[in-house]
Write a protein that binds this ligand. Structure first.
Ligand SMILES: *Cc1c(COP(=O)(O)O)cnc(C)c1O
Length: 384
């Protein structure tokens, strides 16, 4: 059975070229980058080279990059680290109601610890209105955190406008850029924000590596205490193979970004056009505004997304409902509800996220298969 993987926003397969760059650091160059001897120096060199690469790609300085275990950790470091460092300045944070759980649940936890959080609404297309950011700013606002591009819908936020607002009020601005980096061109980090989170495994790198860009001078305290790793901001021996792989993946992603974006946008648009043509009563969430090119989020009315996914899976087709992080959660997507979808629309939503392996043939197969699945499911539910 041929496999069609349309869940690249959940994770991507490791690029074989990336694997090759990682292998020496599992074997010959196994040293601890903090050790003084030659094995240590080898690892240190590779680590600093990776830092240099990621910094260069982002438009940052190497010392502004802190490697973490994941974007979840980077988001936690950004939010909790700033809150801790600015404890005496204020306790108000502005975010959106559609953030990834790594930000949303961290905000909720900080709320329990005495922070005040404004969760901004979004419009019907899933975008934050920069004016609502302006209006939410208070004297004690210490941080604004708004994601760059959405993992569920692909919708791109007016991030430069929000950045300008934050800067004009001298408020620290963080963006979770996991789904934007390597998929669309992004402005140099130093011009865009104070803090930016990235993940390796969303761009064909290994799991177990992420990064936080921290603009020089940004007040931030570490979450982990221990050795003086990562400029004292992330204690723990660095995961050298994963970090080396992350940097290699980032390089490939940025280099291929332009061409791949055009190809994927065409495939995504083809999938949407085919579905609109052949499946009645669907809506495409976030269509009509700028989106990352690989993502579409489709609501099939009167069916449960779980049933659609199950039938697709039986045919070797991988997609997902909402984000992978919410699987097992019977609640409809907080993101789609915030966009004004009815619970019914949210319950029938399926995300298709395309990637390097996706072909036009895959798209045609998936569209045809979906047409049948949805027809079948609707006929069953109308009988019951
Ligand atoms: C996947 C994802 C994360 C979490 O990244 P991990 O490296 O898996 O922790 C955070 N934010 C967004 C937008 C994501 O898509």
């Amino acid at each position: 059975m041929p496999m069609i993987y349309l869940d690249h926003n959940a994770t991507t397969p490791l690029d074989p070229r990336v694997l090759k760059t990682m292998l020496p650091f599992f074997k010959k160059s196994f040293g601890n980058p903090s050790s003084y001897h030659r094995h240590g120096r080898e690892a240190r060199e590779a680590l600093e080279k990776a830092r240099h690469t990621v910094a260069h790609l982002l438009g940052a300085m190497p010392r502004e990059i802190v490697f973490t275990s994941s974007a979840t950790e980077a988001n936690n470091l950004a939010l909790r680290g700033v809150v801790r460092a600015l404890r005496n300045k204020g306790r108000h944070i502005i975010t959106s109601s559609i953030e990834h759980h790594a930000v949303l649940k961290t905000c909720r936890a900080l709320e329990q610890d005495g922070c005040q959080i404004t969760f901004l609404p979004v419009d019907g297309c899933g975008r934050v209105d920069p004016n609502t950011v302006s209006r939410a700013i208070r004297r004690d606002t210490i941080l604004i955190t708004i994601m760059y591009a959405h993992n569920e819908t692909g919708v791109i936020q007016p991030i430069s406008d929000i950045s300008r607002i934050a800067r004009s009020h001298n408020i620290i601005f963080h963006t979770d850029a996991v789904q934007a980096f390597g998929k669309i061109p992004i402005p140099p980090a130093r011009e865009l924000c104070d803090l930016m989170s990235l993940s390796s495994h969303k761009i064909y790198g290994p799991k177990g590596a992420g990064a936080l860009y921290i603009k020089r001078g940004t007040p931030i305290s570490p979450l982990l205490t221990g050795g003086h790793h990562e400029h004292g901001l992330r204690a723990g021996t660095e995961n050298v193979p994963a970090i080396v792989g992350f940097a290699a993946a980032a390089e490939h992603a940025v280099k291929d970004c332009g061409k791949e974006a055009v190809r994927l946008a065409a495939l995504r648009n083809r999938l949407e056009a085919l579905l609109i043509d052949s499946v009645p009563d669907i809506s495409i969430n976030g269509k009509g505004v700028e989106r990352i090119p690989n993502t579409t989020n489709v609501s099939f009315l009167s069916v449960e997304s779980e049933s659609v996914l199950l039938h697709l899976d039986l045919l070797g087709i991988c997609a997902s409902a909402g984000s992978a992080c919410t699987t097992g959660d019977p609640e409809p997507s907080h993101v789609l509800l915030a966009m004004g979808c009815t619970p019914q629309q949210a319950q029938g939503a399926v995300r298709f996220s395309l990637g390097k392996s996706t072909t036009a043939r895959d798209i045609d197969t998936v569209a045809a298969v979906l047409t049948d699945i949805v027809k079948k499911l609707r006929s069953i539910s109308s009988v019951a």
